[in-house]
Structures are given as structure tokens and as C-alpha cells.
Design a protein around this ligand. Structure first.
Ligand SMILES: [Ca+2]
Length: 375
């Protein structure tokens, strides 16, 4: 779906690539921007510039000079690598990084400042305020951590010097680099001035260039899309993105579930991973025990495992809305962090306005919210 194209933007957004992306964002933001080597007239970069200029009808000299000044940043090639082998996934640890008092307080404040836009987004797209706020909280701590790399450097490094040792995604990043040039040309932005994550994600909601082109909206109606400076534009764009990828108004994101005893049944139910594939009846037939509301759910469900290192995993039955959140970042750990942060904020906003008004950092409802396990 193509949306209004008056992006005069000071862009920003991206799709973090894995469950550790937010940690990496935070780590890199504290680091000094590393030096890099300009691509200059490297043959493969020049060939790419020629192809893009022809395909997109861009000025060849501008594309050449822009890409020539992009830099290869060795730190980016390291950051894109997966966690060290043997690093166990740990939902409890992951959750504690994102569902914690400081981020919750910042989220409640963001919610209060932007409640009008959040209500409008829910009305228009069906996505509740807490989900939008949860995504912005996990992505960038509500704009505190949006990335310090030049977007052009990140995308060029991953396009032309994608590191060996993991599946080659350079084609994906070349597409993103091409779309960045298209946006910059159309909206008269200097592509060398844009900052973002090590993967080229920009703004409050960390959109990649392709997402910016296809799903960002001018929600405050000022004639330009600005995902860095306009919270309204970021809110509308996140809600539009989730709606496009299947978010259903009023549908729960997940249900409690107890695993089947039989190993073959467990394996069968977990085979599709996060893709909702089984009706509630099919889950029950295989021995999974859903909570009552889950047994009444009319749509497909996914049995999702969240590992806890050496401890027992958690399991949930994810709906289409759980899956929609994973379209933002393809990790069940990411989605669950968004949903639990969202839930805590929703509970506190509904139950504790007096405590918040007094300035208390974390009173009883807050404490009980942090101890709750899910939903
Ligand atoms: Ca706007």
C-alpha cells in the first residue's frame, strides 16, 4: 500500500534484525562513532550506482558522489553478527531489560503527552495505545536511543562488505540503500546527514527506508512525514504498519497454555514456530491446555516457546496479533517484550493515576505488575 508521499523528512526508523538488537543499539550509542574508510571509486560501488541511477532515473553524478562518500564501518560488520555460539536465549533476562520501572515511567509519560494521537491511531487502525507505546519503548526508549551511525554508512557497509560467517543479506541491504536514495532525492534530503542504527533503521520507531516509503504516514497533517521529530507521525506509522501486517482490532495477542505431555504432539505443535497454524480445537486434540478464553478463540494459534537459559521455558499460544508484532521484528522474544511492556503500562494507567500524580516511582500496583508473568 502506498501512502502519502510528501516525505520532507528528517527520517528515522528501522527493523532491528534480531532479539539482541536493542542491546546493540544501546551499546553503540554509548560508543564514540567509529571512523571509516570512504568507498570512493570502488568498482562494485560504481556499478551499483549506475544500476540504481538508471533504474530509478536518478542523477548519476549525485548517486556517484553520494555513494563515494559513504564509509565502510568495521564496527557495523561486527554488530550484525549473531550472538556468540552457545549463548543461551533467555526470556527472563531479555524481559528484564525492557520491562523495568524507568522505561515504564517514560512510557506512561509519553502516553500522557500523546494520548490524542494514540486514540486517533486506535480509531483509524484498530491498534491499542499500549501496543504502539510498547513498540516505541522497546525500539528506542521513546526516542532516547535512535542510533548514531550515518544511515548511508550502515547500509553501504552491509551492502558492499557484508561479513562472512552468517547468511548473506547484502541483497536486502542494497535494496534498502537504493530506497534511501529514492527518498532523499524525492524529498530533497541530504542522505549523508541521516542518522540511525547499525542496520540503517531510523527515528522513534526505527523504520528501514523501505518501511518509510511504504508504511509511514503524515499523521499530524503538516505535509511531511517526520519519524524523528513528530511523535504523531511515529505513532500513526507504527499503527499503520501493524494494521497492514494483519493486526485485528479487539483480538488478544496471546493466551496461557500448558504443553502436551506427549513429545510427538509437542513437536508437531511447535513445528510452525510463530506462524499461527492450529485452531484451538486442534491444539486441545494434541493435548495442549489452553486457558478458557483461548479455547474460545476463533482464529489460528501458534505454540511459542520462550527459552530461559538453563531454566524451564515459558510457553504461550500466540494469535494473529502476536504474529503481527513479529512482522516489526521477527523475534518472539521481541514481540513478547513489547506485549508485556504494553500490558504493564496499560495496567498502571488504568489503576494508578493517584500514585503517579504523587511522583511515586513504583508503588503497589506497579510492583505487582512487574511480578506478573504474562498478559
Ligand atoms: Ca507530519
Amino acid at each position: 500500500m502506498r501512502l502519502p508521499f510528501l516525505l520532507a523528512v528528517a527520517l528515522s526508523l528501522a527493523l532491528p534484525l534480531d532479539a539482541d538488537s536493542a542491546r546493540k543499539h544501546a551499546a553503540i550509542d554509548k560508543a564514540v562513532q567509529p571512523a571509516g574508510v570512504e568507498y570512493g571509486l570502488r568498482d562494485d560501488v560504481r556499478r551499483f550506482a549506475q544500476e540504481v541511477a538508471e533504474r530509478r532515473r536518478l542523477d548519476r553524478a549525485w548517486v556517484d558522489s553520494t555513494l563515494a562518500r559513504a564509509r565502510r564501518i568495521p564496527a557495523i560488520a561486527r554488530l550484525i553478527m549473531p550472538p556468540a555460539a552457545g549463548a543461551a536465549k533467555n526470556w527472563a533476562a531479555y524481559r528484564s531489560r525492557f520491562v523495568e520501572p524507568e522505561r515504564v515511567q517514560a512510557g506512561l509519560s509519553f502516553w500522557s503527552r500523546n494520548q490524542e494521537w494514540l486514540a486517533k491511531a486506535e480509531e483509524q487502525y484498530g491498534v491499542p495505545p499500549e501496543i504502539v507505546v510498547g513498540i516505541l519503548g522497546v525500539e528506542t526508549f521513546f526516542g532516547r536511543v535512535t542510533g548514531q551511525f550515518r544511515v548511508i554508512d550502515a547500509l553501504a557497509t552491509l551492502s558492499f562488505d557484508f561479513p562472512a560467517g552468517r547468511p548473506d543479506r547484502s541483497g536486502f541491504f542494497r535494496d534498502e540503500l537504493e530506497q534511501l536514495l529514492v527518498i532523499a532525492d524525492r524529498d530533497k534530503i541530504d542522505p549523508l546527514a541521516l542518522k540511525g542504527s547499525y542496520a540503517g533503521a531510523m527515528g522513534l520507531a526505527q523504520f528501514m527506508p523501505s518501511s518509510l516509503l511504504n508504511y509511514a504516514v503524515d499523521f499530524d497533517g503538516d505535509g511531511r512525514i517526520d519519524l524523528s521529530a513528530s511523535a504523531a507521525d511515529a505513532i500513526g506509522s507504527v499503527a499503520n504498519y501493524l494494521a497492514f501486517f494483519g493486526w485485528q482490532r479487539g483480538m488478544p495477542s496471546h493466551f496461557d497454555v500448558a504443553l502436551p505431555v506427549d513429545a510427538a504432539d509437542r513437536a508437531a505443535l511447535m513445528a510452525p514456530d510463530i506462524l499461527p497454524s492450529f485452531s484451538a480445537a486442534q491444539m486441545s486434540e494434541r493435548g495442549a491446555q489452553l486457558e478458557e478464553s483461548g479455547r474460545a478463540h476463533p482464529g489460528p494459534l501458534a505454540l511459542v516457546e520462550l527459552q530461559n537459559g538453563a531454566d524451564a521455558p515459558n510457553y504461550i499460544a500466540g494469535t494473529q496479533n502476536f504474529y503481527a508484532v513479529t512482522r516489526y521484528n521477527r523475534s518472539s522474544y521481541y514481540a513478547m517484550a513489547v506485549l508485556e511492556l504494553a500490558n504493564v503500562m496499560r495496567l498502571l494507567r488504568g489503576s494508578s493515576s493517584n500514585a503517579r500524580a504523587s511522583g511515586a516511582a513504583c508503588t503497589n500496583p506497579c510492583a505487582s505488575a512487574f511480578s506478573s508473568e504474562s498478559k
